[in-house]
Write a protein that binds this ligand. Sequence first.
Ligand SMILES: NC(=O)c1ccc[n+]([C@@H]2O[C@H](COP(=O)([O-])OP(=O)(O)OC[C@H]3O[C@@H](n4cnc5c(N)ncnc54)[C@H](OP(=O)(O)O)[C@@H]3O)[C@@H](O)[C@H]2O)c1
Length: 323
Amino acid sequence: MQAMCYRRYGEPEVLRLETVAKPTPGHDDVLIQVHATSLNAADAYLLKGEPAIARLFSGLRRPKHPILGADIAGTVAAVGSRVTQFQPGDAVYGDLSGCGFGGFAEYVCAPAGVLALKPTRLSFAQAAAVPLAAVTALQALRARGEIAAGQQVLIHGASGGVGTFAVQLARSFGATVTAVCSTKNVELARSLGADHVIDYTQEDFTQSDQRYDLILVVNGNRPLAAYRRALRSGGRCVVVGGAIRTILTATLLGPSLSLTWGVSIRNVLAQPSQQDLTFVGGLLESGEVVPVIDRCFPLRELPEALRYRAAGRGRGKVVLTIF
Ligand SMILES: NC(=O)c1ccc[n+]([C@@H]2O[C@H](COP(=O)([O-])OP(=O)(O)OC[C@H]3O[C@@H](n4cnc5c(N)ncnc54)[C@H](OP(=O)(O)O)[C@@H]3O)[C@@H](O)[C@H]2O)c1
């Protein structure tokens, strides 16, 4: 089979289209013919081997797993002897970031427990845009953010992969949603159902009188004290991503800042979850949530796709199509 491989850490140029052996499923695994896959921040970090401490897991001198790619959508080609949930021919999707990646290839093996049936309403390209970003948004809003109907929720970074799902999911939970993004993405955020949209190039939400029950920091670059100002007493700030300083402060100092400030500062480290993916699948099937695809590239153009995403031009997800 063909796969985009990296044999050393570096920039997108180190990726090469190679012919490699097709993987064989273990007893609990499913072999999937991949039709589409999408890019996530994790692919870019692993490609560069950054932060350096992560090389303890990904390989000290060179990458242990030469094929990146967490999100996949495809057709089941074979199943292991103990798999009962899926059968050859099923259309499935899933996030392989917890089981070795490998999605930038014509075939990949994954434990059945990380997959779910693809919503029939979605194309393979649309389905590949979903798993990691949507489940991250769900876990950030529901498990960490304790979102509830009627709450005022602000999403800082509403226009990327995670943010576009977060806006729609927050709406589906009955919250009043304020989306924060740059000028070029204001219409997109509105089209996803945001009740209010703030263009951060024109307005600083931390300086207004509006207070929020929950702030989701998706692409956040403000100090935590600024988010605290925009929270009502007892409100919650959940940090998903953005500036490394904000993420580290929330992770290391979140519990003590929460005690001092009278609000809750939390981070989220999303985990692949079949249960959460199935929950999102229901909303996708009903049309309440739709994946936003910015651009599709063929697999062999992965380096160009990574550069496009890194330039910050992406709105929603960047997808690779394979067959
Ligand atoms: N904690 C977790 O478990 C977890 C899981 C997944 C992702 N993450 C993190 O969450 C964050 C969002 O991920 P994502 O996949 O949604 O991001 P994304 O799709 O790359 O977000 C793209 C959007 O970010 C904004 N942006 C502004 N400056 C940018 C720049 N210099 N480079 C790239 N984008 C820029 C742009 O919107 P505007 O122009 O509207 O600002 C762009 O449309 C990342 O930091 C990622 O590492 C964390």
